[in-house]
Ligand binder design. Sequence first.
Ligand SMILES: Cc1cc2nc3c(=O)[nH]c(=O)nc-3n(C[C@H](O)[C@H](O)[C@H](O)COP(=O)(O)OP(=O)(O)OC[C@H]3O[C@@H](n4cnc5c(N)ncnc54)[C@H](O)[C@@H]3O)c2cc1C
Length: 556
Amino acid sequence: MQEYDAIVVGSGISGGWAAKELCEKGLKTLVLERGPNVEHIKDYKTASMDPWEFKYHLANPMSDVAESPIQSRVYNQGSKHFFVNDSQHPYIQDTPFSWVRGYQVGGRSLTWGRQCYRWSDLDFEANAKDGHGVDWPIRYKDIAPWYDYVEQYIGVSGNLEGLPQLPDGKFLPPFDLNCVEADFAQKTKAKYKDRIVTIARVANLSRGWNGRGPCQSRNLCERGCPFSGYFSSNAATLPAAALTGNLTMIPNSVVVSLIWDAKKSKVTGVTVIDAETKQTREYFAKIIFLNASTINTAAILLRSVTKEHPNGIGNASGQVGKNLMDHFTFSGAKGEHPGLKDNYYQGRRAFGIYVPRFRNLGPDSMRTDYVRGFGYQGAGQRLGWNEKMGADDFGAGFKESISTPGPWEMILGTYGETLPNEKNGITFDKDKKDQWGLPILHISLEYGDNENAMRQDGIKTAVEMLEAAGMKNVSIMDYRNPPGSAVHEMGTARMGRDPKTSVLNEHNQLHEAKNVFITDGACMSSSGCQNPSLTYMALTARACDFAVSELKKMNL
Ligand SMILES: Cc1cc2nc3c(=O)[nH]c(=O)nc-3n(C[C@H](O)[C@H](O)[C@H](O)COP(=O)(O)OP(=O)(O)OC[C@H]3O[C@@H](n4cnc5c(N)ncnc54)[C@H](O)[C@@H]3O)c2cc1C
């Protein structure tokens, strides 16, 4: 029997960080990943293909929509191979829920949108103040140095704004706003004292950084970047872990459950099914990091049923699998800019603008109809650009049409906070099994009055802001895509102060098994309104530091 110092389950954004930190601190670390290997650059098979080189031009054929109705809403033919096939990985939607997944080495770090925003004490104190969910056992000061640490490694480009609700980070130089965004930013600043428009903070490298990049602004990130121009596990953390000589990576390993040793009264390893041969194996280690992503990590705990843990290891509180959250998006407004018609831009850019939260910050901004808040993500672009790109994106006529000055539009999309609610979560089907013999999941997440009131305010306020900046023909967007569509699912094994009402303590340790750490989105006690992955990375680096120091003290 080979025993490792550490096992990391999953190699996506948070698992890649756990692998790097543990390996660099000298631990012989085994990473178990359920999907196949994706080697940086070599396996980015579509990275430099032009639209006309794809059979359907990049568009998804109806057969894809039938086989993969959820994932095909997110991928195109250039990135399809980095998403699961829904038919092969079924789940049951008790209420509509889009579960967007990428099962491969690197997970969704290959396809993510790269927006990186810090949380503040506004977020860490929210549960305690308004009584939804349980109090976070940490505050901003506990995580701030770890935000510094991960930002300095991954490389986040952005502007310093000095806002308490969206703390500044250690940024690389920002990318530029385009002309309509700059105009919108200037007019917003003139009109509103309480809000700003800033360039999106993204893990795209505005200059060469740690041997990677710079970003070439190709806007093809979701295919994998041969220039290492954005942060992914494959480009950054996994190679760093491998460089130490301490990493063992075994792809195609579906982790089923934790192994409980009743004599030692502790978790000693994990059980795995080989994704291809379907054979069962066991691996053992002193500490275990679960980073299989929010829903899969909760499923591993719920499958870890023992005599001592009839509801699954870590689940004495009954909270595992509950409190599932996702940001609500796809609502807002857009409007036409009446000027700037002598401007056009060439080339591409992989992101747009951000309007940080300005609701419920203090006495001047309190709402009576909802708690918490939202931010806007958006962009200024040539009017009708998306339609054009879809329908007619090659040839001399197309080239001329996009390089000729013309009208612009500005779009604002709401990213709103979802409250933790025990009713939202996952359970197992009693009869149905997947191809590995594991029970199929039921998922449900419904937005409540708070989210609905916030959504309406987000739409109304977007209209007001666009009109105040002089946009014409402003129209609302209210697509009401199912929860899950923001791909920010979190909350199914929350941190808390009390083992009776939470699953993890302030160090991301299971209250019930101190050598098991969870640092993916499952650990989140609330959802904030900022994109969450930067916080998962910072919590992971922090928990690794703690785990190794506890190991050295023989406390685990
Ligand atoms: C299109 C898109 C845009 C996004 N944009 C942003 C953004 O702008 N900003 C942001 O913060 N976030 C964004 N996200 C979300 C972001 O990708 C996730 O928050 C992040 O990847 C979560 O990291 P993770 O480590 O928890 O999970 P993942 O990155 O999903 O990795 C989990 C890994 O675990 C593996 N795994 C699962 N189950 C098992 C098992 N039983 N055994 C072994 N391995 C297992 C999976 O195969 C996978 O490799 C976006 C996601 C998508 C798809």
